[in-house]
Design a binder for this molecule. Structure first.
Ligand code: ADP
Length: 666
């Protein structure tokens, strides 16, 4: 239901209204709560006030009943006594006794008189608080009641009245007596209203209320005030109707209006309410902060997602069991599989190429053991079967508590790089081949020149040997082996040398893939010494090979290094063609520096001018008339291919030093 509401709101409400609405409802609820909080004590006060008023009414009614009961009781007693008095003659002492009993039973009865038909007092008990006795002295109100009572033959009360001396208010009751239908006198009882109130109203009621009796003209007749005057807040008036008269019973509570925070209940409700408001405010603040943080988080998430989606690097997270927990779109693209087919899967993975399974298993076992290879190259098999060379970087995945939860890998598709590398390698190969051919052009001319020498020597030695043989034949003597042997040996040596020259040239021009092997610089230089000599002898340069045999080996392609050295020596030799013959010395030295084997080719030639130095390694840059300008460029490529460096500097004794450094093996 709530979801539905949210959806409806989302669809029906314009976005600018959604935000206020979200806050309008709680704000209204809080306002309502405050209103209830204010209304509650007021309502409680009202209720308490009503309750007190109702209580007062009930109590007043009860007092009125009590008063009425009191009047009725003494009325009946009087009427009973009256009928006794007229029915038979009674001794005066007995009458007195009976009257005294009546007065004792009800203290409010102040005086009881027995009058005969002519209103003469036959018996009397008590004193009139309002004045002297006798019918003649009766106040008018009393006289009227008397007359009326006689006329109606029923007992009757007079209007309340006060005596001349300002005594207490009293009320008379006249009970006419008849004997055989004739008026035979009357009983007159005088009630003191103040005493009536004091005697009849219970103390607990008097404690809380001021009680008054008021006559028809609102004059106060009697009052009982036990705990001070009433406050006029809770009042009630009730008519006290008696035959012949009517008074008003008025009660006025001494209690004030209920206070606004009168009791613990309302107080605790308010405290709780305020506490609730405070916690609401705290909650509100918390929510606001949370919303802010959520917003920031959402933004960060959006940023992160955009970043992950835009990455060309594949990302893959794995838990400690090797199960894939996350992949980004780039990873899916690299392996050609949808996210669902990758996440949650444990090895062997769908993108593992069958031929590299052993390697994967081995690496996965290492991952489980907790030691990953931080960076390695491998191949993945795409879903269409195509092999993708990838470069993988692995790093531990650590949660906010610093605990490792898995591994994060970034995967680079290096097919293009591999292709480029392959292309570069092929081009390099071609270049090397052409450079070799170029060098070959030069070498072949030297070769012809060089081979001439041994061939001429062979020719002359063999001619000499033939001559010796001829001479021996002509003279019929035996061949002098001592003479023949050195000639043939020389011829053989020269033939070997010629063969070596040809072999080394053949080796040099042979096209082949680079092959790494353990190469000792000492033997390498020895292997090409003949070729270097050939270059050197052309320009009358002497070669000093100072490479120590103890120099550590390097892992390199022998042919490439040979070519580098041949180029460097050729350049050195050529740089010295115009210097004095005694300076034409080319040194080849070897040393170990910082774990690297450093080979230097040092000449004492014309040196390198700064403008030449700038372009030294550029392809096709040459200062020579017939130079190709490829030598140094090829040398640098070859050395860098081996992870080494090729540099040059001025030779302190004049000329130039070229040096290359390669990692020493072991
Ligand atoms: P090439 O030898 O065909 O000119 P290189 O690339 O081998 O091509 O050399 C480029 C240029 O560098 C040379 O023409 C030459 O001017 C300069 N150079 C190379 N080696 C030396 C050296 N040892 N001394 C002086 N100049 C050199």
């Amino acid at each position: 239901m709530q979801k539905l509401l949210i959806r409806v709101r989302r669809h029906l409400l314009p976005p600018q209204l959604r935000w206020p609405l979200r806050f309008l409802l709680p704000a209204m609820l809080v306002l309502l709560f405050i209103a209830v909080l204010v209304w509650l004590p007021w309502q409680a006060r009202e209720m308490e006030s009503n309750e007190r008023q109702e209580q007062l009414i009930a109590d007043t009614l009860w007092v009125e009943q009590s008063l009425r009961f009191e009047f009725n009781r003494s009325e009946e007693a009087l009427v009973g006594l009256g009928s006794e008095l007229v029915s038979q003659p009674v001794a005066t002492a007995t009458v007195q006794l009976r009257l005294a009993q009546l007065i004792n039973n009800g203290h409010e009865l102040r005086r009881i008189r027995w009058l005969d038909a002519n209103d003469a007092v036959l018996a009397e008990r008590g004193a009139d608080p309002a004045g002297p006795t006798g019918a003649a002295t009766l106040p008018t109100v009393s006289r009227n009641a008397w007359d009326y009572a006689r006329a109606t033959r029923k007992g009757r009360y007079s209007e309340p009245y006060k005596g001349a001396a300002g005594g207490p208010a009293v009320v008379d009751f006249y009970a006419p007596l008849y004997r055989g239908g004739h008026y035979a006198g009357s009983l007159v009882a005088t009630y003191d209203l103040k005493t009536l109130l004091d005697e009849t109203v219970p103390w607990w009621f008097a404690q809380d209320n001021a009680i008054s009796l008021i006559d028809r003209d609102d004059r106060l007749l009697a009052r009982r005030v036990a705990a001070g005057p009433g406050r006029g807040v809770y009042t009630h008036k009730r008519a006290l109707d008696l035959p012949g008269t009517s008074m008003t019973l008025s009660t006025d509570s001494v209690k004030g209006p209920p206070r606004l925070l009168p009791n613990l209940l309302v107080g605790s409700v308010i405290v709780l309410g305020l506490g609730l408001l405070a916690s609401l405010a705290a909650l509100w603040r918390h929510i606001a902060r949370r919303l802010l943080a959520e917003g920031a988080l959402r933004q960060q998430m959006a940023f992160r997602t955009a970043m992950e989606n835009s990455l060309v690097t594949g990302l893959r997270a794995r838990d400690l069991e090797g199960r894939v927990t996350y992949v980004n779109p780039a990873f899916c693209q690299i392996v050609g599989l949808p996210r669902e087919e990758l996440v949650g899967k444990a090895p062997p993975m769908a993108y593992w190429a069958p031929e590299a399974m052993a390697e994967y298993q081995q690496r996965f076992a290492a991952v489980l053991a907790g030691n990953v290879t931080p960076q390695f190259e491998t191949i993945f098999q795409r879903s269409d079967g195509v092999r993708i060379p990838v470069l993988i970087f692995e790093a531990p995945l650590v949660d906010s508590d610093g605990r490792q939860t898995g591994w994060m890998g970034s995967i680079l598709d290096i097919s293009e790089r591999k292709n480029a590398e392959e292309l570069a390698r092929q081009q390099q190969e071609k270049l090397n081949a052409s450079a070799r051919l170029a060098t070959m052009g030069e070498i072949s001319s030297m070769l012809a020149h060089e081979l001439n020498q041994p061939l001429a020597a062979i020719s002359s030695y063999t001619t000499g040997a033939l001559n010796l043989l001829q001479r021996a034949t002509d003279q019929h003597t035996g061949v002098d082996a001592a003479l023949l042997k050195p000639a043939l040996e020389q011829a053989s040596t020269q033939a070997r040398r010629a063969g070596q020259i040809i072999r080394s040239v053949h080796e040099f021009v042979k096209k082949r893939e680079p092959q790494r092997q353990v190469v000792r610089m000492h033997t390498l230089v020895e292997g090409i010494a003949t070729l270097i000599e050939m270059q050197a002898s052309k320009h009358f340069v002497s070669i000093h090979n100072d490479i120590p045999a103890s120099l550590p080996a390097v892992s390199a392609d022998r042919m490439l290094l040979e070519q580098v050295l041949l180029n460097l020596t050729r350049n050195g030799i050529e740089a010295m063609q115009d210097v004095a013959p005694e300076r034409r010395v080319l040194k080849i030295t070897g040393a170990v520096e910082a774990g690297q084997v450093v080979v230097s080719v040092i000449d004492q030639g014309h040196g390198i001018a700064p403008e030449v130095a700038e372009r030294l390694f550029s392809s096709f840059f040459s200062t020579k008339a017939e130079g190709m300008g490829m030598g140094l460029s090829i040398c640098r490529t070859a050395i860098e291919f081996h992870g080494g460096t090729l540099t040059h500097c001025d030779n302190p004794g004049g000329g130039t030093r070229f040096r290359f450094a390669l990692s020493a093996q072991g």
